[in-house]
Design a protein around this ligand. Structure first.
Ligand code: SF4
Length: 261
């Protein structure tokens, strides 16, 4: 479970839409397509019609009651990419309508809470490799800026993809973060410093996982530390089962203000 995995930034996730298609270098050994998807089908948690290359709406999950109990830091559509061009705009809106509805209920409860009772600070995070569509969608849906209960991330693997995608991240008004996983090359984020969080991780999961040079991670760490940007390292080694989480003798488990796992 994500909550109990110290290398995961999420407390839990919610996946009303599943499915994806390999898109860039980091997708080569996609953990979802190659691992979670066939396993969940075998368990009967996903219908057998789920296949690579086609998004599937899991109707039973399109229900605010399924999202309401999830608290902390909740990943929205982790089992795919919500901004993949095969996912219709109407489906994206359906997903975000439920997130906004449940967040509004929480805010109302926070306003009514008795003095001394803790605030419910639950945050919903989305991240995507399809940065241009994500930024376009957020601008259309939230012309005054992305609401505070949402954080938008863009996933990158190397410098070329950073330069292609991160300008779109910076078009989004609101809480935004960079997800570098799997890190497949050195990345200089100097042109993209206006972000609220940097998360980094090596490739894991298969015996052909491409190794991450620790100096690549150090460069990103030094960038984040110098600018007081919260920095989180998921893992730096190739093993998912025995993750190495320390970089130069310590772990990096920083979250933006108000994010409580
Ligand atoms: S974008 Fe993510 S979910 Fe989609 S194929 Fe690539 S790694 Fe897998």
């Amino acid at each position: 479970m994500a909550k109990h995995n110290p290398g995961d930034i999420l407390t839990s996730d919610w996946n009303p839409v599943v499915g994806c298609q390999r898109y860039s270098a980091g997708c080569r050994d996609c953990w979802w397509l190659d691992g979670i998807m066939p396993w969940q089908i075998r368990l009967g948690n996903l219908p057998k019609i789920v296949v690579e290359g086609q998004p599937t709406d899991v109707e039973a999950r399109f229900d605010p009651a399924k999202l309401r109990p999830k608290k902390g830091i909740v990943g929205v559509v982790q089992h795919g990419d919500l901004f993949w061009d095969k996912v219709p705009d109407a489906t994206i809106d359906r997903v975000l309508d439920i997130v906004d509805e449940v967040a509004a209920e929480r805010e109302a409860r926070n306003r009514r809470r008795q003095e001394g009772r803790p605030l419910d600070t639950t945050k919903y995070v989305l991240w995507s490799k399809r940065a241009e569509r994500m930024a376009d969608t957020m601008a259309r849906r939230y012309p005054k800026g992305v609401p505070a209960h949402l954080a938008c991330g863009v996933s990158i693997e190397n410098q070329a993809l950073a330069d292609e995608r991160l300008p779109h991240l910076l078009r989004m008004q609101g809480r935004r973060f960079v997800m570098i996983e799997p890190m497949l090359g050195p990345i200089d984020l100097a042109a993209y410093a206006a972000v609220d969080w940097v998360v980094l991780g090596s490739e894991t999961g298969t015996d052909r996982a491409r190794p991450m040079d620790l100096d690549w991670a150090r460069t990103v760490r030094d960038f984040a530390v110098a600018r007081f940007i919260p920095f989180f390292v998921k893992q730096v080694g190739p093993s998912h089962k025995s993750p190495v989480r320390t970089l130069d003798g310590r772990t990096w488990d920083e979250f933006p203000d108000g994010f409580v796992k």
